[in-house]
Design a protein around this ligand. Structure first.
Ligand SMILES: [Zn+2]
Length: 130
């Protein structure tokens, strides 16, 4: 009988995205995925999963740029229409938000993309003759 607490292959439904958001191992959802802010650990400290498969590339940065742009531009337009603040206040508000928001989102997005890459066994395409 499989032990649900220690099995590296057991997943609660919908928990893959949550494990990625929390920076947890995509297999056991308990070990640490990151060794630094964006640096991956070599392997899971709980189940031993090797993180060599994980290659998120520019994916997290692209999503972070899109989400940050949507939020910052949308908020700037709403504030301009409602309150018409001076331009220096726009620059202060949205410049700061455009710097802080990506720093907050990048790690979570990278964790989610790696978790989804693991779940769906996504990997680089190969030719059949190789
Ligand atoms: Zn693990």
């Amino acid at each position: 009988m499989e032990n649900r607490e220690t099995s590296p292959t057991h997943h609660a439904p919908g928990s893959t995205v949550w494990a990625g958001l929390m920076g947890r191992c995509p297999s056991c959802h308990r070990g640490k995925l990151f060794a630094g802010y964006l640096t991956l650990a070599p392997r899971c400290n709980v189940c031993g999963l090797d993180y060599d498969f994980a290659e998120s590339g520019d994916g997290p940065a692209v999503f972070v740029i899109l989400v940050t742009g949507f939020i910052v531009v949308g908020a700037a337009l709403i504030v301009e229409v409602l309150y018409r603040p001076p331009y220096w206040l726009h620059a202060l508000l949205w410049g700061s938000l455009a710097l802080v928001l990506p720093l907050l989102l990048l790690r979570a997005f990278k964790g989610v993309l790696i978790a989804l890459q693991f779940k769906h066994k996504a990997e680089e395409g190969k030719l059949a003759s190789d």
